[in-house]
Design a protein around this ligand. Structure first.
Ligand code: ATP
Ligand code: MG
Length: 424
């Protein structure tokens, strides 16, 4: 089947709203092994929508339309569909009754514009929307089938599962798609690709790189009706890829998170963590506590921003700060040891740096960050000069600190130095 996506709404074209429904539909279709031939976004204009429907009908077997099914004057999709099909709009009795019933149940008055949502082009099928008022409509015109979905993303998702999925199963034939995803931190996209360049790839295997700053994700996709064969191929390639990439891989499925990898490492060791942050302002702690169950390994996070706070909360000697500067190796070490000692955690990790754009000095340029990890075996230190803007310097710093914990090796995050070279 040749599939096209059409999204409708002025807000999608004037900068008010990003069109995530195309991505949502495209992602869902990809998981069914169905490619999308094209997509288009049009404004709330009956003539333009009708023309777009006609254009899609000329080339596609299946057209997925989102938006403009609501009760207000700017919801014109059904009128446009009727014009395109050369039929009138008719009221769908069961839909009208269902709408009235729902309004009654909630104690809302049923107004004439609410009744508009029961209108559909003559001959179309109106399908129930259990999570909203705008129905899903299926219209067949010549050899083309149209599905009209409301624009509200969670409603669209539900209606895809309820109404599109069975249709696809019946008409499009399953072409199962199998994937694995590896998530990495510490190298740039092109460096990751270089590390993987020697990988033997089967012809039906597709590799896709995606940057989720500061993570690089690598997806391997196989389209094969033989699920066992696809699994075997993916197992082999992901094992080879993990060997080639080494410790920069922190997750090997879509659900895996960076903080989750840190948690797993601590959990395996029965260890706990406390964080002392300066320039990251709590980002590392927020990453840790975003994870459900973090209380089993995360003891505390402390934002010690002013010099005086580093002394008061972490016991960093004032003379040390005066002599070495707040952004320095000895202060990072003292912060990590201080937070470890005061919290009683197995590990204490610390971040102190110049995120920019202000606060630099000749010997401490913007992006200078010192990290320390204090643990039962002593304290290790890491110094980086990051090349990004304030926001991204802070994010990378939080990752680097947690990466010291994840890798548990003092020298491991050296890989990040390559980040500097390429991104500067
Ligand atoms: P409703 O009856 O809920 O109004 P509708 O079919 O009329 O449904 P729209 O009015 O077009 O849908 O959009 C409703 C809301 O859904 C928008 O305000 C927007 O938040 C969201 N939305 C619409 N289209 C998209 C899209 N392509 N991507 C992401 N969100 C969208
Ligand atoms: Mg609307």
């Amino acid at each position: 089947v040749r599939i096209e996506i059409l999204t409708i709404g002025n807000e999608l074209l004037n900068g008010d709203l990003a069109d995530t429904n195309t991505a949502r539909l495209g992602g869902w279709l990809r998981r069914q092994g169905l490619p999308v031939a094209g997509g288009r976004t049009v404004p709330d204009d009956v003539a333009v929508i009708a023309e777009a429907l006609a254009a899609a009908a000329r080339v596609a077997d299946l057209v997925l339309v989102s938006g403009g099914l609501g009760p207000t004057e700017d919801d014109l999709t059904m009128a446009a569909a009727a014009r395109f099909a050369g039929v009138g709009l008719v009221e769908d009795g069961p839909t009208r009754s269902r709408l009235e019933e729902r309004f009654r149940a909630r104690g809302y008055p049923f107004t004439p514009n609410n009744a508009r949502q029961a209108l559909a082009p003559a001959g179309a099928e109106v399908l129930d929307n259990p999570v909203g008022t705008a129905p899903c409509v299926r219209l067949t015109h010549g050899a083309t089938t149209f599905f009209f979905f409301p624009g509200v993303p969670h409603e669209l998702e539900r209606l895809v599962a309820d109404h599109l999925a069975p249709w696809i199963a019946q008409h499009a034939g399953a072409r199962p798609y199998h994937s694995v995803l590896l998530k990495t931190f510490g190298r740039t996209e092109s460096q990751v690709a270089t590390l993987l360049s020697a990988l033997p790839l089967a012809t039906n295997l597709h590799v896709a790189y995606r940057a989720h700053f500061p993570e690089i994700h690598v997806g391997f996709h196989v389209q094969d009706p033989d699920a066992a064969a696809a699994r075997g191929l993916l197992d082999d390639v992901s094992r080879a890829a993990r060997d080639a990439l080494g410790p920069i891989v922190f997750a090997h499925d879509a659900a895996g998170t960076f903080a989750g990898a840190v948690a797993e490492r601590l959990g395996r060791a029965g260890a706990t963590l406390a964080v002392a942050e300066s320039c990251t302002g709590g980002l590392a702690s927020a990453m840790c506590t975003a994870l459900p169950g973090a209380s089993s390994w995360f003891v505390e996070g402390l934002v010690a921003y002013a010099n005086e706070a580093k002394a008061r909360h972490l016991g960093v000697p004032t003379e040390l700060i005066a002599a070495a500067g707040a952004v320095s190796e000895p202060v990072a070490r003292a912060m990590a040891e201080g937070v470890r000692a005061r919290s009683g955690a197995t590990f204490g990790v610390a971040i102190t740096g110049v995120a920019g754009p202000t606060g630099a000095s000749p010997d401490k340029p913007v992006g200078t960050v010192h990290f320390a990890l204090a643990g039962p075996g002593g304290t290790s230190h890491l110094h980086r000069r990051l090349p990004f803007d304030r926001e991204r310097n802070r994010v990378v710093s939080a990752y680097l600190a947690l990466d010291m914990v994840r890798r548990g090796a003092p020298d491991a995050p050296n890989a990040i130095s390559a980040l500097n070279a390429e991104s500067a």
